[in-house]
Design a protein around this ligand. Sequence first.
Ligand code: C2E
Ligand code: MG
Ligand code: MG
Length: 553
Amino acid sequence: MSNKKILIVEDESIIAEDISDSLISLGYSITDIVYSGEEAILSAATFRPDLVLMDVNLQGEIDGITAAERIRSRFQVPVVYLTAYADEKTLRRVNATQPFGYIVKPFEEKNLHTTIQLALHRNHYDSLTNLPNRSLLREQLSQVLDKQKALPAMIPVVTLSLDRINRINSTFGHDIGDSVLCKVAERLSNCTEKINLVARLEAAEFAIVLEPVAEKQDAAKIAQNILDIVAQPMIVKGSELYVTASIGICLSRGDGNDGEELLKNAYIAMYNSQQEGGNKYKFYTAKVANSSINQFTQETCLRNALKRSEFEVYYEPQIEIKTGKIIGAEALVRWNHPKRGRVSPGEFIPMAEEMGLISPLGEWVLETACRQTKAWQIEGLPPLRISVNLSARQFDKKNLTERVSQILRETNLDPKCLELELTEGLILQDEMAATQAFTIWREMGIRIAIDDFGTGYSSLSYPKRFAFDAIKIDKSFIRDIANDRQNAAITVAIIQMAHSMNLTVIAEGVENEQELAFLCSHDCDEIQGHFFSQALPRAEFEALLKSDKCWEL
Ligand code: C2E
Ligand code: MG
Ligand code: MG
């Protein structure tokens, strides 16, 4: 009948025997009967039962609730509690472990059976989408593969991940994000014709096992069809939303020996689709695997870099034209890679963004830069404004504004000494979040600068719509500005517009005397670039600051 294996944990041997008899008569098999929490954990580790029946009141060091928690979190085995009597406090503890069921002794066989069935069912289905979860998929996939073994057709195993779901969560809230997941689950479950199994793996990732195909091309067609179905607009709580997906495909026989391996390889292919911008499918190939493994190794390095203190903040001086003195510094992060040496942020910042690491990294840079600036102030060095770059992805985190003020509090830096650099892309991606954050920051006294100004869209309308303090003209406009008439015209227009709105203008990437002369004669306020200095390590910048250097401009 049910064939499920159950571990019984009960210190009254008569009751334990009784339960065991009942379960056997109901068609279950018993992996073990044990009498203490310690034995229960050991037995679960050894026999991997499908379910544990756990007495709440066990004698010994580890009581039933603690043992249940460990078994569930370590081995993902559902636990049903048994108890004769429990006080309020115990019941609260039981509830806190989100039990799969609760049986009061003495029990009826019928109740026991139903409770176990429900627990087994719940442990196999995702509670949000009601789709099978990973553990049920594993079972079902291995059955499908077994059945197909002797036949010539191939089984395509597909993994699918929704692109940019974090953006939906941060823009519209997690409720809408969850509704999107449910809609997608529904759409996938409804295309039953070519699909054998659908499961939710985690977050926004699904696995799909297709019906057998004779050729690879057949799987490609179905995958494209799935992409089209996902990409159709959906109405969620009155808003029209569009989502796309990245798909990875691998084929039974050839691409893997068992379900686990097929899923793993489909994942690698899916990862490759994501890397190429999403909304596409990719087949698993050895080449994809190799490039992904390279990427994986790089990512592992990057993941560990923060822990291993491989990042360093460099400081690039910003000079005020009026005085010729250093007025501020831009904090620019560097990665001292143990094998590759210094890696430029242009390479690893996008990777950190993609991997969700930009928030911890960005916060580390902010904290380091603020702490350093405060230390220089205490030392009595000339006053300095510190500029820190923020990535659009940091806005995905709800608590960004709170983190910024926390860091200022902890480092004890006056908010007036901090400038945050943001790009136009950021405003474009999430106008509401940007407006809210700008308002909070400016009320605190933090300055806001728009970085790489002119490289985004409709930039000239931003200063009217958003409150900020400074504009940084992108270095591509500064290049050869004395001879390039188009660059000159754009730069002059930006300076005039900014001044008409009382904004400070900083030109970045100034490399030579001609560029500098042009900017001085057109009333630019501040400048930075290699003509003055590259970004410098802390000690070198400190020496420059101490020299109190004044440039003749
Ligand atoms: P950005 O914020 O526009 O920074 C200016 C970049 O121009 C820096 O490159 C700087 O070293 C470079 N630069 C300065 N003067 C000159 C010059 O005269 N000529 C030329 N050709 N380049 C010059 P870097 O340090 O490689 O940073 C590149 C980008 O990486 C930055 O552009 C910024 O978007 C990002 N980035 C750097 N540090 C951080 C960080 O801590 N957080 C975030 N989110 N992004 C960062
Ligand atoms: Mg910048
Ligand atoms: Mg810039």
